[in-house]
Design a protein around this ligand. Structure first.
Ligand code: C2E
Ligand code: CA
Ligand code: CA
Length: 439
């Protein structure tokens, strides 16, 4: 505790000099509009870092709360806004690229009498319109002294600024306020994404939040998005904008400039489109097998290439004598067999594993964060699934699966993990054997 206090004292003491010497550096993290088929770069968030001469890089998580408590935050924030505005202008002049940037506005800043004039001045001096500078105001701001704060936000919007409510749902939110709330977008708290995709994947709350925003006709932004699975799930649920390591970490201006040149930003009309039509669930359909609800081949392809190729195992499972089942029992029965297999696979594997239906009689499982040390565990799962399926159930005949398996750390790979799992399966079939074969 003592050390923390000392550090805090030092940071406060060093602040004026840090501003003078430009030790604060603004990083930029892209936000993508994911509504079109190919995501388009639509804006960036400015995030501050402190390059301290003796302490090195200090994270905003350390100094922002500190400066919020002692009145320094407004000076820091207006410094960041000024830097961001100058940067927008610089990109426009030099590169001919017009990219809006969102800046963070602390709750404390909203009490500053000069706020409106200052923001207006910063934009005007750089030849920007208020649409170029988006304002992220954290949700907790709205509850503290709501009347005054809400009035402030109303004024900002009146002169043309767009306001995104940051950390929405983080705990203070009064759902009641949504109907009177003056905001242009809801930025979901990162924790929702974390929770939804934890070991027990459960995206119901996340989807409900997005639907809530949809009902109030404001776009939603998700941040902290790290994987392809998260991207297409969010997209399918109707999320409009995505920010996170999946696209890029926050980058210093010079690195961001390269990113900008590689991903020419497009005109994104997310705020203009106020009356939003009922979203078709196109992405969901495009990624899922309609019969079993499992991921389909397209999703498999994305998940496979997105996974950490050093620590996975891929299983390809084929239904034995599938044609015979169709002939002897009919299509309807074959469909029931397929559905039962989907169910058994889902029960046998972990919820973090990706289970896909590749073709009529073929499934694939990607198990993440695993090496061949976990081989026994993987094989036991296959055996258990096969064991269950070999018992006839109600009107579903007994079936068995032939499974090809390949681990990332297999010896002497021939192709990629998928190809090698497929080779293992072929060898098994060529020998007229069933069960499993490890490449
Ligand atoms: P925030 O506004 O919620 O910013 C998002 C934080 O998530 C950033 O942390 C960002 O680097 C991080 N992040 C982005 N994508 C991912 C991801 O895919 N995975 C993970 N794990 N994290 C991701 P950062 O830069 O450390 O900032 C922390 C907080 O500090 C910000 O949270 C914001 O509240 C505050 N902050 C940052 N810059 C400023 C500023 O200029 N002014 C004010 N008032 N607050 C700031
Ligand atoms: Ca933010
Ligand atoms: Ca946030």
């Amino acid at each position: 505790m003592h050390e923390t206090e000392l550090l805090e004292e030092q940071l406060i003491q060093d602040f004026p000099r840090a501003i003078r010497e430009k030790q604060f550096q603004v990083y930029y993290q892209p936000k993508f509009d994911v509504r079109p088929e190919t995501p388009i770069l639509s804006s960036a968030e400015a995030l501050v870092r402190w390059r301290h001469p003796t302490l090195g890089m200090v994270s905003p998580g350390v100094f922002i709360p500190l400066f919020e408590n002692n009145g320094l935050i407004y000076r820091l924030d207006s410094y960041v806004w000024t830097e961001a505005a100058a940067q927008i202008r610089d990109w426009r002049m030099r590169l001919g690229i017009r990219l809006p940037v969102s800046v963070n506005v602390s709750r404390i800043d909203l009490y500053e009498p000069k706020l409106i004039d200052q923001l207006r001045e910063i934009t005007e001096q750089n030849g920007l319109s208020p649409h170029d500078l988006l304002l992220e105001i954290t949700e907790s701001a709205y509850t503290e002294d709501s009347a005054q704060i809400i009035e402030r936000v109303r004024q900002l919007r009146e002169i043309g600024f767009r306001v995104e409510m940051d950390d929405f749902g983080s705990g203070y939110s009064s759902l009641n306020m949504l109907s009177t709330l003056p905001v242009d977008a809801l930025k979901l708290d990162m924790q929702f994404i974390r929770t939804a995709f934890m070991d027990r994947k459960d995206t119901r709350l996340l989807e409900a939040m997005i639907q809530l925003a949809e009902a109030f006709e404001v776009p939603t932004i998700a941040e902290g998005v790290e994987t392809a699975e998260q991207v297409f799930t969010l997209k399918a649920m109707g999320c409009d904008i995505i920010q996170g390591y999946y696209f890029s970490r926050p980058l210093p201006a010079s690195d961001f400039e390269r990113f900008l040149l590689d991903h020419q930003p497009g005109a994104s009309d997310v705020f203009l489109n106020t009356k939003r039509s009922r979203r078709d669930r196109f992405t969901y359909k495009a990624m899922h097998d309609p019969l079993t609800g499992l991921y389909n081949y397209t999703a498999f392809d994305i998940l496979f290439h997105d996974s950490d190729q050093e620590h996975i195992v891929v299983l390809i499972a084929q239904i034995d004598r599938y044609e015979q089942i169709c002939q002897n029992h009919g299509r309807g029965c074959a469909d029931r067999v397929v559905c039962r297999i989907a169910e058994v696979l889902q029960k046998s594997f972990r919820s973090v594993d990706h289970i896909c239906r590749l073709r009529t009689d073929e499934f694939a499982v990607i198990m993440t964060r695993i090496t061949s040390e976990g081989k026994e565990l993987v094989l036991a799962k296959i055996e258990r699934a096969n064991h269950t399926l070999q018992v006839e159930k109600e009107n579903i005949p007994a079936v068995s699966l032939s499974v090809g398996v390949a681990f990332s750390d297999r010896e002497e790979p021939e192709g990629d993990i998928f190809q090698d799992a497929d080779t293992a399966l072929k060898r098994l079939k060529d020998k007229n054997q069933t069960g499993y074969a490890v490449f």
